[in-house]
Design a protein around this ligand. Structure first.
Ligand SMILES: N[C@@H](CCC(=O)N[C@@H](CS)C(=O)NCC(=O)O)C(=O)O
Length: 89
């Protein structure tokens, strides 16, 4: 099923990133991985899109900033994630 494009900025060594990716995978969602390791330009892009957020992961559904791992888990626990990713970008 198609859904709003999801971007996840991460570092592969980060346990919060692993947890967030695991949830996206479990839900069968497609997502684009943006590895900021050693990439200052990509990191700066992430911080700008995340309105100053400097920790990884930072997760987006279309233009909407979902937050980090904790926020993603909270959206899922509240039953809100499906509606967000299946609404227009
Ligand atoms: N509450 C955040 C925690 C994320 C976090 O602490 N990530 C670590 C890497 S595992 C990080 O980016 N640390 C760098 C820093 O704090 O500047 C979340 O759920 O995403």
């Amino acid at each position: 099923m198609s859904h709003t494009p999801i971007d996840i900025y991460l570092r592969p060594t980060c346990p919060f990133c692993y947890r967030a990716e695991k949830l996206l995978k479990k839900k069968g969602l497609q997502y684009r991985v943006l590895d900021v390791t050693g990439d200052d330009a990509l990191f700066a892009e992430m911080v700008e899109r995340a309105k100053g957020g400097r920790t990884v992961p930072q997760i987006f559904a279309g233009d909407r900033h979902l937050g980090g791992c904790d926020e993603l888990m909270a959206l899922e626990a509240a039953g809100e994630l499906d509606a967000i990713v299946h609404s227009a970008a």
